[in-house]
Design a protein around this ligand. Sequence first.
Ligand SMILES: [Zn+2]
Length: 329
Amino acid sequence: MRKILISLLTLFLITFYTQAYTSPENKAVFQLGNDKFTLNNQEQSMDTIPIVKSSRVFVPIRYIAYACGIDDKDILWDMSTQTVTLNSNNKRLSAKVGSKQLVNNGHVVDMDVAPVMINDRVFLPARWIAEAYNYKIEWDQASKSILIYPRGNIKPHPPEQPAVLLVNKTHRLPDDYHPDPLDNYNGYQVSKSMNYPLQALFTAADEQSINLGINSGYRDVESQQQIFNERVSQLGLQEAKSAAALPGYSEHQTGLAVDLEGDSNAYSWLKANCWSYGFILRYPKGGEEITGYSYEPWHFRYVGIPIASFMHANNIQTLEEFIDTYISD
Ligand SMILES: [Zn+2]
C-alpha cells in the first residue's frame, strides 16, 4: 500500500513538474493584415489584424499569448497602468504600453520597440514575446508572415499569398494571375469571398430605402483592354489614364472590386457605411495623388471587415496609405 502511494505521489509530482515547466510546443503563423492565423495547423480568426510598426511585427495581445500557450484567464490587463501581464505557471511577463521595458520574472529586458495601443487594442511586438517564451520566430518576406515554433522543430508553412492584394498603377497583377473563384451577383461575376458581403451591403442599403445597383464586377484582361480603349477614344490617352486602368493594373480583374450605381444620397450612405461590410471607397476625393485616380464615388473594393474597420477607425483614406503604414512600414 505504502509503495503504491509513493508511486502515485511520484507520478503526480512528475505530471505536475512537466506541467509547471512546459517547453515551447506550439506552431503559429501570423500574416500582416490577415485576420486569420494558424495555431498548430488549425486556422483561427482574430477580431483584428497583425501590423508592422518600426519594422517590427505587432500582434494583438490575446493572439500572441495563445501562440505562446497562454490561456485567456492568464492574460491580465491593468487599465490604470496600461500594463499587460501574462501569467503562466512558471513565468510572469509584464509589458507596458509605450515602454520598451519587458519584465520577465522580475528581470528587465530592454526591447527595441514598445507595445502600442491602437483603437483601444494593445499590440505587442511579437518577437520579444515569443523569445521570452523560448520560441524561435522567423520572418517570411514573400508572404509577410511570422512563423513561431519550438527551436529544433520543422518550421510551419507560411501562407502563399500576401493577405492584402494591392493593384494600382505601380502594382501590376502578375502575368499568371488568376482570380479566386468567382460567383454570380445579380448577373455580374464577383469573387466568391465578396458575394455574401455584397448581398449584406445591398440589404442594409435597402433597409434604409437607398437604391443601389451594380454595373461592373469582375473583368478579364480583354474587357479591361476594351474599356481602356473606349476611354482613350473619348478622352485622349492622358485623360484616359486617370479614368481607366490598363490591363493588368485594374482591381476589377481580381473580382474584388465593384462599381455601384445610385444617386448622391446613395453614394454618401455607401461612403459612411461600406466599411462595416468589409468595403472601402477606393478612389476618394483628395486621394488622387496617392491612388493615381480621379474621385470615383462608385468604385468599391472588398478588403474584409478587419481591414475596412481598422482603416475606418484610424481614419485612413486609401489602401496605399494603410499598406505603407501598417503592412510595408
Ligand atoms: Zn471600378
